[in-house]
Write a protein that binds this ligand. Structure first.
Ligand code: FRU
Length: 481
């Protein structure tokens, strides 16, 4: 099985210098060493490090046969690339349009287990999806379970082309697995249980989402004494990743939903998964490229020229407040704060102000007075004239004047007395955090030569901006393994 993995690792070693990884690389956001990346997979703290695995195709900057890429970190910010963890080496996963699809990780008795979906054509020529396991003692070298696949058919006994992305956890000495499945064009989450991690029995469909024909990449965890179930629906306009807060009934196999919401109001955030940190905090990471900017999974021009394509969002710390998921920029990011430009209200009053040459990465923080008048923040690429605007009224609206797919306006609800909005700006992305509500809206924004971005804001009638602070973040990403 190592042949294919070794070949891919040798290829990366040989060609990684081709990937433009300096001025054209986001400083804070994780990007692959070379080639294509999508979903985060198997996020776990194991053997002294945080491990990030990801959907990976090293040979092209397009979605192609899937491998699991691998990187480690001590702080969730600075990453070190490691050799590929899983290659599609076995007959049950070797189709060019298949491979090792998304999944999760679990530590058990000192071993690291990876659960993933193997995708290959069956005898009838259909691409079918089956659940598999791989394990490792050191968190670096993985071997596939000899009796893979561990789940061959869906809960109805059929080979299924939409049966994927296992999430595995332990509860009361039993292991549980959630798998996304499409049945009669309805997206569902199937719950299985096991005593030994290899033999699984179907419990029930715990949740289904009419309107979405497939639910991808489920995650399940305890947070602040409650239970959270997340997934990424396919077929619902906007493809927003969704969270449910409620209670899992393990006997009946039903998730009782008490409240629900959206993990990110932008369109460039997909397939989120979480880390449990060593001090018990939860961090969410999503694939930042989402869907909207891509031409049928064929990458996007601005980045494919660099010989890599794909970024992860910054990790967000999540908690529950009033039955809603509340996201914030984590302390590890604010600890990178450096030089600041501070503009207070006497300077903003009634005028359009400009701050030129915002360097990335930065955090732009707005302190607002309550009031009715809208505030517009405009980011302009000095070279191309491309503009991105955030308009803050009773909600936050994002609008871009020009983009490859004619992006529409996006909106995010704001708390009535929202008084602090923070924008985390990196080379190709903006993540807007509303502190009162705990909501986030992320967008990719392919400014060229982003250091020459111009940023201005305007505020009509009464002045609602009390203070505006632009803080440069001192970030250094380790590039090689
Ligand atoms: C989500 C997804 C998963 C699948 C993987 C394949 O982006 O479609 O459902 O496992 O990507 O790369």
């Amino acid at each position: 099985m190592d042949k294919k993995r070794n070949a891919a690792n040798n290829y990366i070693e040989k060609y990684k210098n081709l990937a433009v990884k300096t001025s054209l690389q986001p400083a804070l956001h994780f990007t692959p060493p070379l080639g294509w990346m999508n979903d985060p997979n198997g996020l776990i703290f194991f053997n002294g490090h945080y491990h990030l695995f990801y959907q990976y195709h090293p040979y092209e900057t397009k979605w192609r046969q899937m491998y699991w890429g691998h990187a480690v970190s001590d702080d969730l910010i600075t990453w070190r690339d490691l050799p590929i963890a899983l290659a599609p080496s076995e007959s049950y996963e070797d189709s060019p349009e298949g491979g090792c699809f998304s999944g999760t990780a679990l530590e058990h008795e000192g071993m690291l287990y990876l659960f993933y979906t193997a995708v290959a054509r069956n005898a009838a020529g259909d691409l079918v999806q089956k659940q598999c396991a791989a394990m490792s003692e050191d968190g670096l070298h993985f071997s596939k379970y000899e009796n893979n696949p561990i789940i061959q058919t869906d809960h109805l006994g059929n080979e299924n082309s939409h049966f994927r992305d296992p999430k595995v956890w332990k509860h009361d000495n039993t292991f549980y697995m959630l798998v996304g499945v499409s049945q009669d064009q309805v997206g569902k989450l199937a719950l299985y249980k096991s005593e030994n991690l290899f033999d699984w029995t179907f419990v029930n469909i715990v949740f289904e989402e009419p309107g979405g024909w497939m639910l991808e990449c489920p995650d399940f965890y305890e947070l602040d004494g409650q239970e959270v179930l997340t997934f990424s629906p396919v077929g619902i306009k906007g493809e927003y990743s969704t969270y449910l807060i409620g209670k899992m009934d393990y006997q009946e196999g039903v998730f009782h939903v008490e409240s629900r919401g959206i993990l990110d109001y932008g369109v460039d955030f997909y397939a989120p998964q979480t880390f449990l940190s060593t001090n018990g905090e939860r961090y969410v990471i999503g694939w930042q490229n989402g869907w909207e900017w891509m031409d049928e999974w064929n990458g996007f021009g601005a980045l494919t020229e660099n010989n890599w394509c794909g970024a992860m969002s910054m990790p967000r710390r999540v908690s529950i407040r009033n039955k809603q998921l509340y996201s914030t920029i984590p302390g590890q990011v604010t600890a990178l704060e450096g030089a600041q430009i501070i503009i207070n209200d006497t300077q903003t009053n009634g005028y359009l102000k400009k701050v030129t040459e915002i360097q990335t990465p930065s955090i732009i923080e707005l302190s607002l007075k309550s009031g009715e008048s809208p505030i517009t923040l405009m980011f302009k690429d000095q070279r191309t004239g491309m503009e991105d605007r955030f308009i803050i009224e009773d909600q936050l609206r994002y609008h871009s004047n020009e983009n490859p797919l004619g992006r529409k306006t996006l909106t995010m609800p704001l708390a009535k007395k929202e008084n602090r909005v923070k924008i985390l700006l990196d080379l190709y992305s903006m993540e807007v955090f509303a502190e009162g509500e705990g909501t986030v809206l992320s967008v990719n924004s392919f400014f060229k030569g982003a250091c020459e971005r111009e940023f201005s804001f305007s505020c009509c009638e009464d002045d609602r901006i009390e203070k505006l602070v632009v803080t440069k973040l001192n970030a250094k990403r380790l590039i090689t393994g």
